[in-house]
Design a protein around this ligand. Structure first.
Ligand SMILES: Cc1ncc(COP(=O)(O)O)c(C=O)c1O
Length: 406
C-alpha cells in the first residue's frame, strides 16, 4: 500500500490494537500505542544490545539508538539534537533541573510559577526555591475563562525574577497561553523561561525557538511513545549548568544530565513514535520532505481533525443543561473539563466506563488549578481527544453523559 499523504482516520486507527471496543478519552494521561512503537521496542531489546560504544556491533547499535532518538526529538520540537536530555519522566527532569538552577539563586531572588500548571511544573520550583531562601510568586489565571494572559505573568515579574515556569497547555482546561508573548516579557527582565510541553506536544506543531522557551519538557507516552520524559534546551545553556553526577560518567552535554544507563529500548520506541506522527499526514510531496516538514504537516492535520471533533463535543455538552463546562479558553487543545449536576465525577467516570468509554475524573495533578476553579481536590471529569478519536466515539461519550444528565 502506498503511504498516505492526507489524514486518514480509519488507517490511523488500524495501527492501534487497543482501540477495538473501548473509546479512550484519557489521552491527556497517556495515549494508546501504535503497534510500530511496540515493535520497535521489542526489536531493539532482542537486536543484540550492549552499552554505548564503537567497538562491537551491539555497542554501536546502542549508540545509534540514542543518537537516533535525539535526532527524532529535535525534529519533533525544532531544537538542537545536542540539547535533548532523556529522563525517567518529565517530573524527574524538572526536579533535577530545579535543583541545579537553584544553586544560582539565593534570598531576594524570585521564581514565578502559574496556578494553571500541573504540579510537576510547580512543586519542584517551589521546593528548590525554598531550599535556598528564594521567593516564589504566583501568576493567577482567570477562573471563569481559564485564560492565563501575559499580563497575569507580567504582574509578578521583577528585576529579581530568575526563572518563570509556565505551561504550554493546561492538561485539564486545554488553555494554550501565549507563550511567545510570555517569553518576551520574561526575557525583558533577564529571567529564564521553562515551558511544560507535556500537554501541548501531542496536539500542535511545536517550535521551541519560536515559543521562546529556554527549557521545554515533555513525555513521549503522551504522544504514542513509551513511558519516559525528556527536557530540551540550547546546548550552550546546558553547558553552564553542572548537575551532580558520578565521577566516571560523561561530563559532556547532554550526557552530564542523564544519570545512569539510558533506557535504549524506550528511546527506540520514542523514535518510532516520532516517525509514526511524521507519517500521519505528511503532505503530497512527502517522500522528498525532511522529517521535520512531515511532522509539521502531520501535526497541522492532527490539529484540524481534533478541532473539528472538539466542536462536536463542546456543542453536544453545551446542549445538556446539567453539564457545566469549566473554562472557555480561546486557544486550546481538544481537552474538556466538565461536571454533571447531581453526580460526582466518580459516578460519571463509572457510568461512562460501563459503556466502554474512558473519561476519568480528578484534578489530574493540576491541583492548584482545580482548587482555583473551586473544584477542590475532587476536580471534575476530563475528556481529552487524541488523533485516533472518531466522531462515533465522541457521540458515545455524549450519549453516556446525556443519560446521566437527563
Ligand atoms: C501537563 C503535564 N505536565 C507534566 C506531567 C508529568 O509528566 P510525567 O508523568 O512525565 O512526569 C503531566 C502528566 O500527566 C502533564 O499532564
Amino acid at each position: 500500500m502506498p503511504a498516505p499523504t492526507a489524514f486518514d482516520l480509519a488507517r490511523v486507527r488500524a495501527d492501534f490494537p487497543a482501540l477495538a471496543g473501548t473509546a479512550y478519552f484519557d489521552g491527556p494521561g497517556g495515549t494508546q500505542v501504535p503497534r510500530q512503537v511496540a515493535e520497535a521496542i521489542a526489536a531493539t531489546m532482542t537486536s543484540g544490545l550492549s552499552n554505548r560504544g564503537q567497538v562491537t556491533a551491539s555497542e554501536r547499535r546502542a549508540e545509534e539508538v540514542v543518537l537516533g532518538a535525539r535526532a527524532a526529538v529535535a525534529d519533533l520540537l525544532g531544537c538542537d539534537a545536542a540539547g535533548v536530555v532523556f529522563a525517567r519522566s518529565m517530573t524527574q527532569a524538572t526536579y533535577d533541573l530545579a535543583r541545579v538552577l537553584a544553586r544560582q539563586w539565593g534570598p531576594g531572588d524570585e521564581v514565578v510559577v502559574s496556578r494553571l500548571d500541573h504540579d510537576s511544573n510547580i512543586r519542584p520550583w517551589l521546593q528548590a526555591a525554598e531550599a535556598v531562601g528564594a521567593t516564589v510568586r504566583w501568576a493567577d489565571f482567570d477562573a471563569e475563562t481559564g485564560e492565563l494572559g501575559v499580563d497575569d505573568v507580567r504582574a509578578v515579574l521583577s528585576e529579581r525574577t530568575r526563572l518563570v515556569a509556565v505551561t504550554g497547555a493546561s492538561n485539564i482546561l486545554g488553555t494554550r497561553p501565549d507563550v511567545p508573548a510570555i517569553a518576551e516579557a520574561v526575557h525583558e527582565v533577564g529571567a529564564l523561561l521553562f515551558v511544560d510541553g507535556v500537554h501541548l506536544t501531542p496536539h500542535a506543531p511545536v517550535d521551541v525557538t519560536e515559543l521562546g522557551a529556554d527549557f521545554y519538557a515533555c513525555s513521549p507516552y503522551k504522544f504514542f511513545g513509551p513511558h519516559h520524559g525528556l527536557l530540551v534546551a540550547r546546548p550552550e545553556l546546558l553547558e553552564q549548568l553542572h548537575p551532580d553526577k558520578l565521577l566516571p560518567s560523561s561530563d559532556a552535554v547532554p550526557e552530564r544530565f542523564e544519570l545512569g544507563t539510558l533506557p535504549y529500548e524506550l528511546l527506540a520506541g520514542t523514535t518510532a513514535a516520532v516517525d509514526f506522527i511524521a507519517g500521519l499526514a505528511p503532505g503530497a510531496d512527502a517522500a522528498e520532505q525532511p522529517r521535520r516538514q512531515r511532522l509539521l504537516a502531520s501535526m497541522r492535520a492532527v490539529e484540524a481533525h481534533e478541532d473539528e471533533l472538539l466542536e462536536r463535543l463542546l456543542e453536544g455538552l453545551g446542549r445538556l443543561d446539567a453539564v457545566r463546562l469549566h473554562g472557555s479558553p480561546r486557544r486550546r487543545t481538544p481537552t474538556v473539563y466538565f461536571s454533571v449536576a447531581g453526580h460526582s465525577g466518580r459516578e460519571v467516570h463509572q457510568q461512562l466506563a460501563a459503556r466502554g468509554v474512558n473519561a476519568p475524573a480528578s484534578h489530574f495533578y493540576a491541583l492548584e488549578a482545580s482548587r482555583w476553579l473551586g473544584l477542590g481536590d475532587a476536580g471534575a471529569v476530563r475528556a481529552g481527544l487524541a488523533p485516533y478519536t472518531s466522531a462515533d466515539e465522541v457521540d458515545r461519550l455524549l450519549d453516556g453523559v446525556a443519560e446521566l444528565a437527563s
